[in-house]
Design a protein around this ligand. Structure first.
Ligand code: ZN
Length: 163
């Protein structure tokens, strides 16, 4: 599946709730895992492959791989942590982002069961990064505005060199 990159309006879309977990959705999840691994990612939201549904997948080192349908952050602590984030939709760009260090996320799994997951460290950051995608927010939207512009310029420059 082609990954949508910065500059495409789709990345600003608010994704819609999933009401039906059917074979098509399960197949989509499988295809998303293939794309994520091909691109050496640790997380991928459906909107990044152009599908505006509230779904993401993650496979963070040290944690079980997971597909989360309609995820919602139920709790987050006030302590922030910083990780250098990247994004398959903004290849080549990295920036430090601060986010709550511990969260509890509620989601539906592929079998339609409601689940809760407590996450900390990189997994907590990854889940928050992916849920942001479902609301049309990118990690560069969470950094200092001047640095954001600089990072976007850097990305455009990289893209030009590829053409
Ligand atoms: Zn991303």
């Amino acid at each position: 599946m082609d990954i949508v990159t910065l500059g495409n309006d789709k990345l600003q879309t608010t994704s819609e709730l999933i009401t039906d977990i059917n074979d098509e959705l399960i197949f989509l999840i499988e295809k998303m895992f293939v794309s994520m691994y091909q691109n050496n990612g640790i997380g991928l939201a459906a909107i990044q492959v152009g599908i505006p549904k509230r779904l993401f997948i993650a496979d963070v080192p040290g944690s079980k791989k997971v597909a989360m349908i309609n995820p919602v952050i139920k709790e987050q602590n006030s302590d922030l942590q910083t990780y250098e984030e990247g994004c398959l939709s903004i290849p080549g760009i990295l920036a430090d982002v601060q986010r709550p260090s511990k969260i509890v996320v509620e989601y539906t799994d592929e079998k339609g069961k409601t689940k809760h997951l407590k996450a900390k460290g990189l997994l907590a950051t990854c889940i928050q990064h992916e849920i942001d995608h479902l609301d049309g927010v990118l990690f560069v939207d969470r950094i200092d505005p001047e640095l954001r512009l600089q990072k976007i310029q850097e990305f455009k420059h990289l893209q030009k060199r590829l053409i």
